[in-house]
Design a binder for this molecule. Structure first.
Ligand code: 9MR
Length: 392
């Protein structure tokens, strides 16, 4: 475990902007204030049984859906049981590090004109060997940029850099990538701009058209891939999430009206029971609004953080499972949703153990399988949501 934590911690925060992960580095756990809170979330009688003896990918496929997960070469290459669990349950895969400019122990971009495809190729080969659809994550993000980026990139050379990145990376895997997260997390209403755009180096160097540019270049480099805008903080009934939903919808409309090639919205769905509640009607409306633009939707990074939940494992697992099922059964009503990915499959490997540990130090349990690859109630909850989803 300690090796994994060390690897995960080698990330690069270049600009220290308010990213999800950055905020979450502060351990924010809190127990329930009273029994009422707990009863509102935990129903010990709730039924999580599943009727069919199928894997998650099979249950999803029955409804025309895709189920997948995220991981890294580091975990997969050293853990055959984890690899087997992924192959059993998933028909789609997204590398958590290897397609980023740099993340964990992967460094795709060692320099302005340099590329190192060793790790990314390993992932592409892994996906091909196991017939997993592969997602590309991510071309443009304000995080996970290598050290040289800050020292080297400026208004004069940023466009050339973006162009050569896309023409080299996206082209290399062209025809093999189901969908690319072309732009990740570009909306941040708190940054105070009228258009809701997050203030990032890309925006600073290239102006607002960087998003359109990235989509066009990606479309040209891989005409077959689905082009996705991916973001978090879209789920809850809070003023922040409402502002984000509004700003994301405006961005999608803006892109479409100017003819930017874009095919789908990626909804990360990092969920926090005990902290926030979602409003099923508002969530449904948001998904319907996105669908009415003719866009598909992918749930790209789902997990259920437990740092606001009590320590008791039975209670925690029930609340986590209920969160998976309640959220998924709401959003899967929208048939524009084509795929669901969890951000990891087993509690053995989750970004949350590093970025959002519990204050009581108990191991986090955000994913469908436990650390021994055994199915948890969360697995059943996802299975049930697939089982009850309308067919696409
Ligand atoms: O889980 C990922 C973690 O291992 C990396 O260190 C980190 C930085 O690259 O990114 C994490 O994944 C993030 C994803 O790429 C975008 N949405 C939020 C995810 C969790 O922070």
């Amino acid at each position: 475990m300690s090796k994994i934590l060390k690897l995960t911690s080698r990330r690069n925060f270049l600009f220290g902007l308010g990213s999800l992960a950055a905020i979450s580095a502060v351990a924010i756990s809190r127990s329930f204030n009273n029994n009422q809170d707990r009863e509102a979330l935990d129903n010990p009688e709730r039924d999580f049984t599943v009727s069919q003896e199928l894997s998650l990918k099979q249950l999803a496929a029955q409804k025309g859906l895709i189920y997948g997960t995220a991981s890294t070469k580091s975990y997969l290459a050293s853990d055959p049981a984890y690899m087997a669990a992924i192959v059993e349950n998933c028909s789609m895969f997204v590398p958590e590090w290897e397609f980023k400019w740099t993340a964990g122990d992967a460094l795709l971009r060692p320099g302005f004109n340099q590329f190192d495809f060793t790790a990314a190729d390993w992932i592409a080969n892994f996906a091909a060997t196991h017939k997993l659809l592969l997602r590309g994550h991510t071309v443009v993000w304000h995080e996970s940029l290598p050290k040289w980026f800050k020292e080297t990139v400026n208004r004069e050379n940023a466009s050339q850099l973006l162009q050569s990145h896309i023409q080299t990376v996206v082209k290399r895997y062209a025809g093999k990538i189901h969908s690319w997260d072309v732009v990740n997390e570009a909306i941040e209403p708190k940054d105070g701009r009228d258009d809701g755009l997050r203030i990032t180096p890309w925006l600073e160097y290239l102006g607002t058209s960087y998003i359109d540019l990235a989509f066009r270049l990606t479309a040209a480099a891989d005409p077959q891939t689905l082009l996705v805008y991916n973001d978090y903080g879209l789920d809850y009934d809070t003023p922040e999430d409402e502002a984000k939903r509004v700003a994301v919808l405006k961005l999608l409309e803006r892109l479409q009206s100017q003819g930017t090639p874009i095919h789908a919205l990626g909804v990360q769905a990092h969920l926090y029971p005990g902290k926030h509640k979602f409003n099923p009607d508002k969530l449904r409306q948001f998904f319907a609004d996105v669908a009415s633009l003719g866009l598909k939707i992918i749930i790209t990074e789902m997990d259920v953080a437990d740092n606001y939940l009590p320590r008791d494992v039975a209670v925690r697992d029930r609340i986590i499972a209920a969160t998976y099922e309640d959220y998924l059964s709401t959003v899967l009503d929208e048939t524009a949703v084509i795929a669901v990915l969890t951000w990891g499959l087993s509690d053995r490997y989750s970004w949350l153990s590093q970025f959002q540990p519990r204050s009581d130090k108990a191991a986090v349990r955000p994913l469908p399988l436990d650390i021994y690859m055994r199915r948890k109630l969360a697995w059943n909850a996802i299975a049930r949501a697939f089982d009850h989803a309308p067919k696409r």
